[in-house]
Design a protein around this ligand. Structure first.
Ligand code: FAD
Length: 492
């Protein structure tokens, strides 16, 4: 059987959910849009799986975290898709794609044709076997990418209560799972290949804060070593992990978070690939004009990075690339070039951090690393290009985002370090400059000094801003520590 749609989305994750929402906002007609997903549920906010979903008490469960609640927008339940005439084909893998004939073959044997295809296939976890170690299929070895993984993790965690959990990898998944395992009262050891956690983003000083916090919750760290093999019992369950430093760790369960691969295989040899993903332009359009790619699988030009193409494995970029692609498809003349400020966040234990921009150049830390609020700025070629903040309020996070987007020139580094968060607040409160700080809208650090070059020693305006901030801060400091209202509420 063959079915035909105007628009088809392959993949039913975060990007698919936000794309569907955008299609409806822009007036897609009933029967025009189809989503094909190998998952058994409608698109949901994937970050919830390593946060609220793993809580021992009152855990988050669907339908509470369907897209687009993570952006404080309506919740798209299966009923919503039905009401809007969107065909949601679940539990069904797309087996092959032929972009020349605009045809997909799905697992049921049906073919689906499209006029425009959006690829939102995300990524899959890097398996142990790809590193030469056997054991992925063991009943007490867990990955975490989709709902089925999360359900297995919860079951294994509950049946290993009070036992030893080993977490391999110190990135997002490793850190968030380790926190959840500790909250669930397992004895957690994190095995990190590098010298510290979150090595791709955190400085040693920032990492040390989180590691100390984790240690205070009973989590142990083994660093600079990797797994070489597992010991198994007669039932095939893992009982211990053998590490490259010669040590052996007893294990009742293992969680693996060692990286991901973008799901590009359907399109290899048909679309141009870059950075491991599908190469797209500012409209999210691939080398075939009828095919767009969004989310983790898309390698798109990031103006902020001077137009270099990047593949960002983060929920914010999944949401925004999806919305932009749909805008470019439905209203091409009204849709400009995608201009994205990279944004990453995480929530662990009672902590939460946000990062904006790029972590290159020199780093300047600020704030109280023995307290609750601290951060760092990254300065590259004399301009602020990246900002990190732990324990901020909504307004403080907005300020570091805004300051980073402006890429102000920094002339006095000592003063920047001294002002800390006050710097971002001052910059973000200033009226926009008469000419863009970011040269030609490209996001590149300008060659010439910008007309509005921020002097960290600036006088009157800064003093007024800091006074305003001090007043405002004194009012908010005692308030709840939140990232986005909705995210905190829904624990995603
Ligand atoms: C546990 C977890 C926690 C996270 N926490 C954070 C966080 O705190 N902050 C942050 O910024 N980011 C976080 N992320 C990353 C974020 O969730 C991803 O960047 C985001 O989900 C990417 O969206 P996507 O739609 O591109 O891919 P996905 O959400 O992965 O969706 C891809 C979909 O495509 C489907 N699919 C793939 N191939 C096929 C096929 N051939 N046929 C049919 N369907 C197919 C998959 O089954 C899946 O449903 C987290 C990720 C995970 C796994």
């Amino acid at each position: 059987m063959e079915r035909a749609f105007v628009y088809v989305i392959v993949g039913g994750g975060v990007a698919a959910g936000y794309a569907a929402h955008e299609f409806v906002k822009r007036g897609v007609s009933h029967g025009e849009l189809c989503i094909i997903s190998e998952e058994s549920v409608a698109p949901y906010e994937r970050p919830a799986l390593s946060k609220g979903f793993l809580l021992p008490e009152d855990p988050a469960r669907l339908p509470s975290f369907h897209c687009c609640v993570g952006s404080n927008e309506e919740k798209l339940t299966p009923k919503w898709y039905k009401e809007h005439g969107i065909e949601l084909i679940l539990n069904t893998q797309v087996k092959s794609a032929d972009v020349k004939s605009k045809m997909l073959l799905i697992a049921t044997g049906e073919t689906i044709s499209y006029k425009i295809l959006i690829v939102a296939t995300g990524a899959r976890p890097l398996k142990l076997e790809e590193t030469g170690v056997r054991g992925s299929d063991a009943a007490n070895v867990c990955y975490l990418r989709d709902l089925a993984d999360a359900e297995k993790l919860v079951n294994v965690m509950q049946s290993s209560s009070g036992g030893n959990a080993i977490v391999l990898g110190g990135g997002y998944i490793g850190m968030e799972c380790a926190a959840s395992l500790a909250i669930n009262k397992l004895k957690v050891t994190m095995v990190l290949p590098r010298a510290h956690c979150m090595a791709r983003l955190f400085t040693p000083k920032i990492a040390s804060y989180y590691e100390e916090f984790y240690k205070s919750k009973g989590v142990k760290f083994v660093k600079g070593t990797v797994l070489t093999s597992f010991d198994f019992n007669t039932e095939g369950k893992v009982t211990a992990a053998n590490l490259s430093d010669g040590s052996k760790l007893p294990a009742d369960m293992v969680v693996i978070g060692i990286g991901i691969h973008p799901n590009t295989s359907l399109f290899e040899g048909q679309l141009t690939l870059e950075k491991g993903g599908i190469k797209v332009n500012y409209r999210m359009q691939s080398s075939n004009t009828s095919v767009y790619a969004v989310g983790d699988v898309a390698a798109f030009p990031v103006k902020f990075f001077g137009e270099t193409r990047r593949r960002l494995e983060h929920v914010d970029s999944a949401r925004k690339t999806a919305r932009h692609a749909v805008a470019a498809i439905m209203e091409p003349k009204k849709t400009g070039e995608f201009d994205y400020l990279p944004f990453f966040y995480s929530k662990i234990f009672t902590l939460s951090w946000q990062f904006y921009g790029e972590n290159i150049g020199e780093v300047f830390h600020f704030g109280d690393f023995s307290g609750k609020t601290f951060g760092a700025y990254w300065i590259h070629n004399g301009h602020l290009v990246g900002s990190f903040l732990e324990g901020g309020t909504k307004e403080q996070y907005e300020a570091i985002a805004q300051a980073t987007r402006l890429k102000p020139a920094i002339e006095d580094l000592t003063e920047l370090e001294r002002q800390g968060l006050g710097f971002a607040l001052s910059v973000s409160q200033k009226p926009p400059p008469s000419q863009p700080i970011i040269g030609g809208g490209s996001g590149r650090v300008p060659d010439k000094k910008p007309i509005y070059a921020w002097r960290a020693t600036a006088g009157v305006i800064l003093a007024a801003s800091i006074a305003a901030f001090a007043y405002w801060y004194s009012r908010t400091e005692s308030g709840e520590n939140f990232v986005f209202d909705s995210i905190a509420r829904l624990r995603i």
